[in-house]
Design a protein. Structure first.
Length: 638
């Protein structure tokens, strides 16, 4: 990009910052912003049997405030948002950054990345269901008669939300941003009004009260810690959503709006319970006068719908990163913004998420039940992200191990304690995210092993292209036979003979008058000018090599790309051109009885996008040449 173009881009970016901040409030912080609806209520629930005292309320308030401050603000907003991979964030972005610099411990780093991604998706299925159900349950404060309708309404809301995902994050955030801004302002106002009920709540700002609570509250204290972690719902999604809005807008949204509103609301809920202990049944909605409860429930419902967007868009980003790291098969990706590479939509991921969320709503039926299921997956994902951050500081930033450990050990200790507290919730539904994450881990691990196996097989069979061309030029005119027209052979390995080209020679014994070896690549830039999109190299009178580069926002239109070759003297006529595409059929090794990994890899390959569709090739000009590959993914064959 030239200087003038960069200046224009920078100017547009500055003008867009307020809108990106508003969008970040609506999408990135929707999840964290709705935690006050249920977090305080669930944290105090285990203490009901022993009687909730002033000591308990101040201790829990202190734990919530400092959990948000340390984990969300310090770890994610101030530290991890700076650890981006070309603007991408999340667990897999850290994996990619580290693997670029070193191959040491690569196996361990990959395993951590796969497990972290699986845990995130397990959490992402629970969070929307939990958020929406908790808001709708506020209607019972208006009239208990609405209780039978809450479950069908939650299902309907989720169906609509997943249906609108194809419009893109930008379109969604334009609608969501103003609503969430209003939500945070009113949430902070509700806290301010009730802080005066008992000004001693300000002592909760001292972290010693939280530590004292943990030290003197035994069995119930661990259950409380598990619920306190609900305050950081969506923190991993915050990091994963980095590509959707950028670091600066996300940070500005946090300090200007989100953090002050959260702290004020938690202080207000604590003061309200100190003054009116009966308010513990639903302290969030009881912050507001009776006439305002119905409007607040309606606003909370909209806010929780918006909150669900954070983990959904974060899942799209994570899935794309997983594809780039060969953790998932190549899926159809739609880019929904001309300004930002991170704003994407993946249909198959959207469908899987929708099925998972709807199933959880129907099975658990209430936010209290889902609160028990929540926590284990997200705490596990956070611990793994912190471990990756340790590698990041050492390998990417060049820190000594002692300094990296000194910086991150407080986080590791804190998150490990929260993880231990959430382990106690396995019997109460905590097994659900673990089961989901376990299945996803097996699937991603199997796909990566299978992809590496196939790549190794390709490398073993690869033959340099130019010696083959030289050998063909020395043969007689009848071996192979020369046929009219142009043949285009797609390949991902530059300077190596495409498999489909070799198969055509072997089985059909023909060579076209003109043969094009075509490589297609995707740039990190949104648009590639026509002058930079095509590179052509003449290898021999019958062979040319073409490299096409498209921007991530441009359709990978191979026909249009090849037509640019007219200016280089290559006359392209689609009516006399055949496009040769390889189609692979994977089969299990009959000698292996325990071939479940092979079968799983084959099943995953079915959802991979078809190359001819992806490149927009004319169906009547495509020739598919298949090959059969026998898989051997059992541990002994590694």
């Amino acid at each position: 990009m030239d200087t003038a173009a960069r200046d224009v881009s920078s100017s547009k970016s500055k003008k867009a910052t307020p809108f990106l901040v508003l969008g970040a409030i609506g999408v990135v912080y929707g999840d964290i912003g709705t935690s006050p609806i249920y977090a305080f209520r669930e944290a105090l629930r285990p203490l009901a049997e022993v009687g909730i005292s002033r000591f308990h309320v101040i201790g829990v308030t202190s734990l919530m405030i400092w959990t948000v401050t340390i984990i969300v603000m310090i770890k994610y907003v101030l530290f991890l948002l700076r650890a981006d991979n070309h603007g991408e964030g999340g667990t897999l972005a850290l994996v990619a950054l580290i693997l670029k610099r070193t191959k040491r411990h690569s196996h361990l780093i990959v395993l951590i990345g796969i497990l972290g991604a699986a845990l995130f998706i397990g959490d992402a299925m629970i969070t929307p269901a939990l958020s929406v159900l908790s808001a709708l349950e506020g209607f019972t404060l208006v009239t208990p008669m609405l209780s039978p309708y809450l479950l069908p309404l939650a299902v309907a809301i989720m169906v609509v939300l997943f249906r609108v995902q194809s419009t893109g994050t930008a379109a969604v955030s334009k609608f969501f941003g103003p609503i969430m801004l209003l939500w945070f302002l009113i949430m902070g106002l509700g806290g301010i009004i009730h802080i005066a009920d008992d000004l001693s709540i300000f002592t909760a700002l001292n972290p010693l009260h939280g530590l004292n609570f943990v030290a003197h509250t035994r069995g119930a204290g661990w259950l409380v810690l598990g619920a306190v972690f609900l305050t950081v719902t969506g923190a991993e999604a915050l990091y994963t959503d980095l590509a959707h809005f950028g670091r600066k807008p996300i940070q500005l949204a946090w300090f200007w709006v989100v953090f002050p509103s959260l702290i004020l609301n938690y202080l207000g809920q604590g003061a309200l319970i100190l003054a009116q202990p009966a308010a513990v049944v639903n302290p969030f909605f009881l912050l507001y006068p009776e006439w305002a409860i119905l409007p607040m429930v309606l606003l909370a419902t909209m806010a929780t719908i918006i909150a669900s967007q954070a983990v959904i868009s974060g899942t799209f980003s994570l899935a794309r990163q997983a594809m780039n790291l060969c953790f998932l098969p190549p899926l159809r990706v739609s880019f929904t913004s001309p300004l930002n590479t991170g704003q994407i939509y993946i249909p198959i991921v959207n469908l899987v998420m929708a099925i998972g969320v709807l199933s959880l709503i129907v099975i658990f039926r209430s936010s209290a039940s889902l609160a028990g299921a929540y926590g284990l997956s997200v705490t596990g994902a956070m611990v793994l992200t912190t471990l990756l951050a340790l590698f990041y500081l050492q390998i990417v930033k060049g820190w000594r191990l002692i300094w990296a450990l000194s910086a991150l050990s407080p986080l590791i200790v804190l998150e490990t304690i929260f993880f231990g507290a959430n382990v106690l919730k396995i019997a109460d539904g905590g097994y659900v995210p673990v089961l989901i994450a376990g299945l996803l881990f097996i699937a991603m691990r199997t796909w990566r092993r299978g992809a590496m196996y196939v790549e190794a097989q390709d490398a073993e069979r690869s033959i340099p292209l130019k010696p083959i061309i030289a050998e063909l030029a020395q043969r007689s005119a009848k071996s192979p036979s020369i046929v009219e027209g142009t043949a285009v052979f797609l390949t991902a390995r530059t300077n190596m003979a495409p498999t489909v080209f070799l198969s055509n020679l072997k089985h059909n014994h023909v060579l076209h008058q003109r043969n094009v070896i075509l490589t297609v690549r995707t740039s990190e830039r949104p648009y590639i000018p026509t002058s930079e999109r095509m590179k052509i190299e003449t290898i021999s009178p019958r062979f040319i090599m073409i490299r096409l580069t498209f921007g991530y926002m441009q359709p990978h239109d191979v026909l249009k790309g090849i037509s640019l070759c007219w200016s280089a003297g290559f006359q392209f006529d689609v009516n006399s051109t055949s496009f040769y595409v390889g189609r692979r059929k994977f089969i299990c090794d009959p000698a292996e009885r325990a071939a479940w990994q092979d079968r799983l890899f084959i099943a995953l390959s079915v959802i991979a996008v078809d190359p001819s569709d992806y490149f927009g090739l004319p169906s009547d000009r495509v020739v598919e040449l298949g090959e059969q590959i026998t898989l051997k993914l059992a541990p002994a064959s590694r």
